[in-house]
Structure formats: C-alpha cells, structure tokens
Write a protein that binds this ligand. Structure first.
Ligand SMILES: Cc1ncc(COP(=O)(O)O)c(C=O)c1O
Length: 385
C-alpha cells in the first residue's frame, strides 16, 4: 500500500463522524452545496452559445469531474498533464490541458493518456510542437493541440494572429498531432471588480481571439475549438457566438474571492480548524499558510464566529496559526471547532490528501485530491469511490 492510499484508508475510517469531528485542519466539501452549484451553472450556461468545459484544477478530483460531466459539461479543462492523467485514468474523456506540456516526461505522459481519452494540449512554440509530435509518434497515439494566443494577459500564447496561423499550419502537418483550434485566456479581466470595465476588457480580449479564429478559418485551419473564459467572464465570453467553449471552474466551490465577484453560488468548501489557544477576545486556530490558500482574498470565518485579525498591514496568518478576534460574549473555548471559507480554493485544495465529504452535518465519503505536487502518485490518485 502506498503512503497516499494508506492515508486515504485512515481517512475513510472517519466516515460517519460529524463534520466537525475529524482531525484538523481538514478540507470539508459540502455535497448538497456542490450539487446546487453544478445545477446553477448548468442553468446559467443553457441559453449561451458556448459549451462549458469546467477547469478541474479547482478541485483535482475525478469524482467531481464526473459530476460536472453528468451535469452537462462537454469535457474538462486541466492545468497540468498530471491532472489530465488522473482524470483519464479514472475513465473520464475529452480533456483539454490549457497550458503548454513541455519536457520529455510530461510529453510522454500526454502521449500515454491520449491512448485512454481524447486529450488536447495548448501549444505556443514550434519546439514544443515537435516535442509533442515525437512523443505521440513514439507512443502510437494522437494528441490534440490548440494554439494559444495571448489576448492581453501577457503570459503564454503567441503574440500575433500571423504567428498563430504559422503554428497552426505546422501543427496540421505534424505526425501524431491533430489541430483542433485556438485558446485565448483573458485572465487579466477575471479579477476586475468593476463590472463595466470587466465587460469592456473581456470584449477586447475576445476580439483578439475571434480575429485569430477568422485568420485560422481563412487559412483553412481547424476552428472546432475556440476557447477562453473563467468564472469572472462567464456571461461575456460564454455569450460570444464565435467562442465555442468556456473554461470557468470556480463556481463549483465559490471561495471568498469568487463569492463576491460572481454571486449566486454557494460556498461549498471550508477548512475545519480547532481553537488551540484563547485569551480574552483572541483565539488562535491550528490552520495557517500551510493549510489554507490566502491568495487574492483572506479566508473568512463562517457563521460570524470571529474575524481574522488585521494588524501591521497584514492578516495575522502564520504557517500553523491563524489569530481571530472574537465577538463580545463569544463562548468559544480551546478545543472548539470553526470553519473558514478559503480566500482561493485551488491553492487550498492542493494542501490536502482528501476531501471529507459532508451532508447534513455528517461525513458521508472521502474523495482523494489527485495530482498534487510532491505527491508520491502525482498522476494517478487512487480510483474514485
Ligand atoms: C487557463 C485558465 N483558464 C480558465 C481559468 C478559470 O478559472 P476560474 O473559474 O477560477 O475563473 C483559469 C484560472 O486561473 C486559468 O488559468
């Protein structure tokens, strides 16, 4: 038995306990809320032209990926080849890696899983195309590729439509590869809190992507996939009739950042923590930067049990401690439990081996978090229950 599966079987022994009874810090997934969020997103996407290919980097769980497909998703997006491998090994199909897969080990893994599922990766260089083509030819599989275009984020992606067309032709002629279209992720728009400005910036980004798609089509290149978007632009990018698919993912948990950005989804992921010290109106929790994501927005204590102290211009969150200010008259004592909504779910999830799945206050299941960095089983988490 691997260390990972050992930890999971220990966690499974806690099924049947109350949601606040498991050892802390622990990742708690509220199943009815997740189900509600899946239905809500399906309802919102139904009238839009784009299909939904949810980003699975948010959860790294084949169980949740399956639930998204069952709720109408056209496939899944992943950030890494290891996440795609976890999904493919669990029998999930139509996987799109919205990043470049570079290096011999990753290219070989991509080519391997292309034998299990339809798999597509983003490319933005001829060198990477050649590497993927060689890996697919060696494995005897066909790897899908989409050309990534920089639509203003200035991260990956070719900088001009002309470069996209050149790379598209190279992809079309490369053995072992199948060109499927284009990707243009408008990540620079996602965090814009001013809705009017977000719409304006997203329209400009979408126009760059659609312009590249026009040039692709004029050159006789495949435009089956014209992809972009995240939760912050779901109803902008998703409403563009030329964009075929939306890569939103954060709706599934609606963390503190996204809850405020796009209302209407239920916070479904919390970190359960224990009060390890109390003096006066100060309580200290056994969770911190090594167990809860603090990017973008600080975590929020649920139910008004306290607020994370802000002093010296920062939140009082150390590696293994979070300091709370308790409300007047708080009866919380050492040993009591509180829950925190993470500021950002993807980085929170990556800290944990598993989700404790809760319904009506009881732990009803344990699901592995797959493809974590540093995990002994990077690509292949245990099969989902
Ligand atoms: C390439 C890419 N696509 C889509 C997303 C969308 O995810 P979210 O639903 O969190 O906005 C992200 C998030 O960082 C991303 O990096």
């Amino acid at each position: 038995m691997t260390a990972d599966s050992d930890r999971l079987s220990q966690a499974r022994q806690l099924i049947g306990n109350g949601r606040t009874e498991v050892p802390t810090p622990a990742l708690i997934l509220d199943l009815p809320r997740v189900q509600q969020n899946l239905q809500e997103m399906a309802r919102r996407m139904a009238p839009l032209p784009a299909g939904l290919r949810p980003h699975a980097k948010i959860h790294k769980s084949p169980v949740l990926g399956r639930m998204q497909l069952d709720a109408g998703a056209i496939g899944l997006t992943t950030a890494t080849v290891w996440e795609a491998a976890a999904m493919a090994d669990a029998g999930l199909d139509d996987l799109l890696i919205a990043n470049q897969v570079v290096g011999p080990v990753k290219a070989a893994e991509l080519a391997r899983i292309a034998g299990l599922a339809t798999v597509t990766a983003a490319v933005d260089s001829a060198a990477n195309l050649a590497e993927l083509s060689a890996a697919a030819s060696r494995a005897g599989t066909e790897v899908g590729v989409i050309v990534e275009v920089d639509v203003g984020l200035h991260r990956s992606g070719v900088r001009t439509a002309a470069e996209a067309v050149t790379l598209g032709h190279q992809a079309s002629n490369a053995p072992g590869l199948r060109l499927r279209g284009l990707l243009g992720y408008e990540g620079h728009c996602m965090l814009e809190p001013d809705r009017a400005l977000r719409v304006e910036k997203a329209h400009a980004a979408n126009a760059i992507l659609v312009g590249a798609a026009d040039d692709f089509a004029a050159a006789g290149l495949c435009t089956d996939i014209v992809a972009g978007g995240g939760l912050g632009t779901w109803d902008i990018t998703g409403a563009n009739p030329r964009i075929t698919e939306l890569h939103a993912g954060s709706y599934i948990f609606s963390d503190a950042f996204h809850h405020n950005l796009v209302p209407g989804f239920e916070p479904a992921l919390t970190v359960l923590a224990t009060i390890i010290s109390r003096s006066g109106a100060t309580a200290v929790l056994d969770c911190g930067r090594k167990s809860i994501g603090i990017d973008r927005t600080p975590p929020e204590v649920t139910g008004g049990a306290g607020t994370i102290r802000f002093e010296h211009n920062e939140y009082f969150i150390h590696e293994e401690h979070t300091v709370l200010d308790l409300p007047a008259g708080s009866a919380l004592a050492v040993g009591d439990r509180v829950e925190l909504m993470p500021g950002y779910s993807p980085t929170t999830v990556n800290f944990y081996d598993c989700y404790f799945v809760a319904r009506d206050g009881i732990i009803v299941d344990v699901w592995p978090v797959c493809a974590r960095y540093g995990s002994a089983t990077v690509g292949t988490g245990p099969a989902p229950a």
